[in-house]
Write a protein that binds this ligand. Structure first.
Ligand code: NDP
Ligand code: 2IT
Length: 450
């Protein structure tokens, strides 16, 4: 990197750190972004003089509130919840809700920041937001989950709406939670509206939304491999997580002829040396989606599977790694193990699952690195299609939605190639960040000084 660019970057990050002390995840997401867009930014005096990058690292607003609810044993419980509305230049704020004990302002700010550019890449009219609570759904009864969701929506309803801000699911927020949140919203508003997406289809959700992030991720991976005259056929794929993204990434990887050798949860890793079979996938869906069991509780039902409580998916040999659990789950040590074992592709199903040093290591080792902003955009893309269907009061078929998802993932790949091609190779981190940034920068500039 040129000295002048390094100097600008240091100065910029000094300001970001000073304004957001202690927010490590947010600083990390901004640093990764700024590093890659700075050369383009410095080439565009118009945007630089309007301080577009500085303005873009400050959310439009953060709503912070208390959620009080009652446990089954009568205890009064309290959680913290937030909605970070980052930028709505391209459309209503849009992004998921996360329920996990690790949720805090920094985590939601990094997620909302990345959502702005991810949503811009889809080409659909969506701004960027994220929300959630430091609530742990694990071990709670359905009645407790319901009371928590209803209590949360009692406040959140004031800040969302189909033309204002449209939440969806994320970690810990699946069909059950969306049902409770959406029901309460409709009751409080006394009307039906598409103010929440990733709804089950019988509540007005889009077909393929449940599958969209995982499927889209594998479609994107296939595009990137095809660009190098390769395919997923016959490749071994290590996937982390066993939630919404992981399960459908596994399903689509198998559809493309790959062999899925791992899944995981926060307690350990499931290793299937012979690959996950088509007969085993419905069992995993049932235990994870319906019964919400830990992998260790049903590994004995999966023929040929081993369970390793102390190991990560990255400890097992695979051609392609698809981190699909949470941020910073793949560190430098894991990156070295993967490269030593011959892994050729990292395709991020989760948001920022790779630490900064691990990402740099992969890029120096010529590993094909596909960042989450591009690779996992399929979920929010089909959320966008769900908004359209809800507004039009129509339901598209699985085939129609899947065709549109394919076309959006193809379009994102084309944008990455347009903005990220260096010496004949695509740098997908540069491509995704600069393509998203240029779209948002144009819109901020067009609005004047706001
Ligand atoms: P789920 O809640 O369905 O699944 C999360 C999975 O990750 C679970 O297996 C969970 O294990 C594991 N996990 C969560 N936190 C940790 C942790 N701290 N350490 C280890 N494992 C962990 O979430 P999703 O599948 O929806 O989301 C996964 C990732 O994908 C997130 O980064 C999310 O932001 C991102 N994403 C999701 C989209 C969506 O449409 N759902 C769209 C785009 C990105 P356990 O059950 O043991 O906690
Ligand atoms: O990180 C993400 O893109 C999501 N959790 C999906 C957001 C959405 O609005 O569907």
């Amino acid at each position: 990197m040129k000295k002048s660019i390094t100097r600008e970057l240091q100065q910029f990050m000094h300001g970001v750190r000073a304004r957001n002390p202690y927010e490590k995840e947010f600083q990390q997401a901004v640093q990764e972004f700024a590093e890659t867009v700075m050369p383009w930014y410095l080439d565009h005096d118009k945007y630089r003089s309007q301080k577009i990058l500085d303005r873009l690292t400050e959310p439009d607003r953060i709503i912070s509130f208390r959620v009080t609810w009652e446990a089954d044993n009568g205890d009064v419980m309290m959680n913290r919840a937030w909605r970070v509305q980052f930028n709505n230049n391209l459309g209503p704020y849009k992004g998921g809700l996360r329920f996990h004990p690790s949720v805090n302002r920094s985590v939601l700010k990094f997620l909302a920041f990345e959502q702005v550019f991810k949503n811009a890449l889809t080409g659909l009219p969506m701004g960027g937001a994220k929300g959630g609570a430091n609530f742990n759904p694990r071990g709670k009864s359905d009645a407790e989950i319901m009371r928590f969701c209803h209590a949360m929506m009692t406040e959140l309803q004031h800040h969302i709406g189909e033309d204002v801000d449209v939440p969806a699911g994320d970690i810990g927020v699946g069909a059950r939670e969306i049902g409770f949140l959406f029901g309460k919203y409709n009751q409080l508003q006394n009307r039906w509206s598409g103010a929440i997406t990733s709804k089950p289809s019988d509540l007005g959700g889009s077909l393929i939304r449940k599958e969209a992030t995982g499927y889209g991720c594998i479609y994107f991976c296939e595009h990137a491999l095809n660009h190098q005259d390769k395919t997923l056929l016959g490749k071994t794929v290590a996937i982390s997580g066993s939630g919404n993204v992981a399960i459908y990434a596994a399903e689509q990887a198998m559809e493309q002829g790959a062999k899925v050798v791992t899944l995981s949860d926060s307690n350990g890793t499931l290793y299937l040396p012979g690959g996950l079979s088509r007969e085993q996938l419905p069992l995993i869906k049932d235990f994870k989606e319906e019964k919400r069991e830990r992998l260790s509780r049903f590994v004995n039902k999966l023929k040929g599977a081993e369970y390793h409580p102390k190991l990560k998916p990255w400890d097992f040999p695979a051609d392609v790694a698809v981190p699909s659990a949470t941020q910073n789950e793949l560190n430098l040590k894991d990156a070295k193990t993967l490269v030593n074992n011959g892994t050729m592709v990292i395709c991020e199903g989760a948001n920022m699952p790779t630490t900064a040093d691990a990402r740099a290591y992969f890029q120096n080792a010529d590993v094909l690195f596909l960042p989450g902003k591009a690779a996992n955009a399929g979920g929010v893309a089909v959320s966008g299609l769900e908004q359209t269907q809800n507004s039009m009061r129509v339901s598209w078929s699985r085939e129609e939605v899947d065709e549109k998802l394919h076309s959006i993932m193809r379009g994102i790949h084309t944008k990455c190639a347009e903005y990220g091609t260096e010496n004949g190779n695509i740098n997908y981190v540069v491509g995704a960040n600069v393509a998203g940034f240029s779209t948002i920068a144009r819109s901020i500039s067009a609005f004047g000084i706001l």
